[in-house]
Design a protein around this ligand. Structure first.
Ligand code: UTP
Length: 366
């Protein structure tokens, strides 16, 4: 696959014709909520939690979902389970929760759910599946890294690995058999997540779109979120690291950022859309090269846990599926109500435990 020309995509990006206002006064709001609620009541919605990441920036020796982010020490997983209970109370159905783990997170994640009795969720409605892996090379030498003599060091293949994992384990077929039509995906590190949110699901249905994506206004040209762009009707996300500064800084006549909507990885997919693209044997997402901390053995066979990124590896990103959709509903939310991510260790300047707790408090949701 040829390299994506991000400069060109960003330079030629056009404004979105329609942006739905989530939790705002959108003219389609009442219809969207009605449609979303109907889908939830009818059991047509599943949630997919992307929880396979290594969380190297956070640096704990347990998966991020176990992190006690809540004011009473609740883990992310417990917070998400509470949201599913709230949906069940309101709509009379448990939204099945598919959890993507990886070699790095699977054992501890599954053990935690068992230890906590699945937080009261029906065990059959919590389905674990593991994503694939990618090798890594040394940043300086370009040589393959090994985790043991003769064993290449591997780590998860990026959150976009969810598509091949869904296919490998035939999970879309399982979902379809259970009457699922809408698949809501979200990340493990955002406690504000509107999980299987009726209004967001509803905008996808109302718009007759194949995907609805919840975005936020970026708070600076270089905020570390994906950037929503549109070229010839095709919606795409450009990762912050790939967005040329000159494009990031471009403004509209009113002073707002020309590329101003940030991707926060909260999406709704039609199951039929995912099934259609995955049915194509040639379908694959492009790889991005990322710098990561990958444990490796040195020339003496000693296992080293690097404190700085030491490796290049290839990852797939879930948003690269956007250009395959015939139509995407772009939804804009107030970040205070839907986004705060735990990325970094407590002593780092941002996206840490302190900032996330402050955002949780300010949201009024906790
Ligand atoms: P991040 O981009 O924060 O990556 O993941 P990460 O690997 O967890 O953390 P760092 O970069 O090493 O510090 C965003 C979301 O995507 C999931 C994560 O679990 C998180 O929910 N993810 C990421 C996966 O499920 N698999 C992956 O391979 C990567």
């Amino acid at each position: 696959m040829s390299e994506i020309n991000y400069q060109q995509l960003a330079e030629n990006s056009q404004p979105f014709e329609r942006i739905y206002r989530w939790r705002g006064d959108d003219p389609a709001k009442a219809d969207a909520i009605r449609l979303g609620e109907e889908a939830l009541k009818a059991g047509r919605v599943a949630a997919v939690l992307l929880a396979g990441g290594m969380a190297t920036r956070l640096g704990n020796d347990f998966p991020k979902g176990l992190y006690p982010i809540g004011f009473n020490g609740e883990s992310f997983f417990e917070i998400f389970a509470a949201k599913i209970h709230a949906l069940q109370n309101k709509f009379g159905r448990f939204v099945p929760l598919y959890i993507m783990t990886s070699d790095a997170t699977d054992d501890q994640t599954q053990a935690f759910f068992h230890e906590k009795d699945f937080f009261g969720l029906p065990e059959q409605d919590v389905i674990f599946f593991k994503q694939g892996v990618q090798g890594a090379v040394d940043i300086d030498t370009g040589k393959t890294l090994y985790s043991a003599p003769g064993v290449p060091a591997v780590s998860p293949d990026g959150h976009g690995g969810v598509l091949s994992a869904l296919k490998k384990f035939r999970l879309l077929d399982d979902m379809k058999q259970c009457g699922i039509e809408m698949v809501c995906t979200f990340q493990v590190d955002n406690p504000l997540i509107p999980l299987a949110d009726p209004e967001l699901i509803g905008y996808c249905l109302y718009d007759e779109a194949e995907i609805a994506t919840l975005t936020i206004r970026k708070n600076s040209p270089t905020e570390k979120v994906g950037n929503m762009v549109k070229n010839n009707g095709v919606v795409q996300v450009i990762e912050y690291s790939d967005l040329p500064l000159s494009c990031a800084q471009k403004t509209n006549p009113d002073g707002s950022l020309a590329i101003g909507l940030g991707n926060i990885a909260i999406h709704v997919f039609r199951l039929d859309f995912l099934a259609r693209i995955l049915a194509n044997e040639d379908f694959s997402l492009p790889f991005h090269t990322v710098k990561k901390k990958v444990p490796y053995i040195d020339q003496n066979g000693v296992l080293i846990h690097p404190t700085q990124p030491n490796a290049f590896k290839k990852e797939k990103f879930i948003f690269d599926v956007f250009p395959f959709a015939k139509k995407i509903a772009i939804v804009e939310g107030d970040r205070r109500l839907c986004f705060s991510a735990l990325k970094n260790a407590p002593n780092s300047p941002d996206e840490n435990e302190r900032s996330v707790r402050a955002d949780m408090k300010a949201s009024g949701l906790f």
